[in-house]
Design a protein around this ligand. Structure first.
Ligand code: NAG
Ligand code: NAG
Length: 216
C-alpha cells in the first residue's frame, strides 16, 4: 500500500478535504478535543473505598454522623472524605472552616453529611445524586445568634473529572484520588484509607418530611 502522504499528495484539493474528514472520524475517541472531563482516565484501581484528606480526621460513616441521634461528632480538624462502592453508592463527610474577611473573629464551621447513588459517566465525569432529604449539615458560626442547628441538606454534586494515582503516604504505598469540582477546581487529594469502604447503610435513613428539621 502507498504511504498515506504520497496518496494524499496526488489528490486534488477538493478531495483532500474529504480525506481529512474521513481520517479524523477514524481516530480513536479521546484523541480529539471532544468534551471530556478533566484528568487522565485511568483504572489503576477502582473508585471503591473510603478516601480522606490528610491524616483522615474526617471520614465517612458513623464516627462522623449518627443518623439515629441526628448528631455530628466534631473531628479533630477540618477535612473531607468520600466513599464509593463498586455498585453505585457514595457518601461524603465534609468539615469546612471559613472566615469572614470583614469580621476575622467570626469563624464559621460547616459539617456536611450526604449519601446516595452515583454515575461514572463515559467522559470521565461523576454525577453524585444524594438521597433526597437524607443529608444533614450543621453550621457553627461564632457571631450568629442561632448556631449549631442541624438542618436538612440536599446538594447534587457534579465532578468534572477525577484521577487516581499510586503514591506513598506516611511511608506506605497508597492510592490517592483527586476529584475536580463542577467548575474544574481540584479538591484536596484524598487517600484511600478503607477498602471496602466504611459507610453508613446505603439507603434512605431519614423519613423525608420536608422542612421538619428546619422548622420551616
Ligand atoms: C459528561 O457526560 C455527562 C453525562 O452524559 C454530561 O452530563 C456532562 O455534561 C458531560 N461533561 C462533559 C465535560 O462533557
Ligand atoms: C485496567 O484495564 C486493563 C485493560 O482493560 C485490565 O487488564 C486491568 O485488569 C485493569 N486494571 C484494574 C486495576 O482494574
Amino acid at each position: 500500500m502507498a504511504p498515506l502522504s504520497r496518496l494524499v499528495g496526488a489528490l486534488p484539493a477538493s478531495l483532500l478535504a474529504l480525506v481529512v474528514v474521513a481520517i479524523s472520524t477514524v481516530l480513536p475517541a479521546g484523541v480529539h478535543a471532544q468534551t471530556f472531563g478533566i484528568g487522565d482516565p485511568n483504572n489503576v484501581t477502582s473508585l471503591s473505598g473510603t478516601w480522606c484528606t490528610g491524616a483522615c480526621h474526617v471520614v465517612t460513616g458513623l464516627q462522623f454522623y449518627n443518623p439515629i441521634s441526628e448528631t455530628f461528632t466534631y473531628p479533630l480538624s477540618a477535612g473531607q472524605s468520600y466513599s464509593f462502592t463498586d455498585d453505585g453508592f457514595w457518601e461524603q463527610a465534609l468539615y469546612l472552616y471559613s472566615t469572614n474577611p470583614s469580621q476575622p473573629n467570626c469563624v464559621s464551621a460547616q459539617l456536611i453529611w450526604q449519601h446516595g447513588t452515583y454515575t461514572l459517566n463515559s467522559n470521565n465525569t461523576l454525577t453524585l445524586n444524594p438521597f433526597k432529604g437524607d443529608g444533614r449539615q450543621q453550621i457553627s458560626d461564632y457571631c450568629a445568634q442561632v448556631s449549631n442547628v442541624v438542618q436538612s441538606y440536599t446538594q447534587k454534586e457534579d465532578m468534572n473529572g477525577f484521577e487516581i494515582h499510586l503514591d506513598t503516604h506516611y511511608g506506605q504505598p497508597a492510592y490517592y484520588l483527586k476529584l475536580y469540582e463542577f467548575d474544574g477546581a481540584p479538591k484536596p487529594i484524598m487517600w484511600q484509607t478503607y477498602n471496602p469502604p466504611q459507610m453508613l447503610p446505603t439507603e434512605q435513613l431519614h423519613q423525608v418530611v420536608i422542612g421538619e428539621l428546619n422548622g420551616a
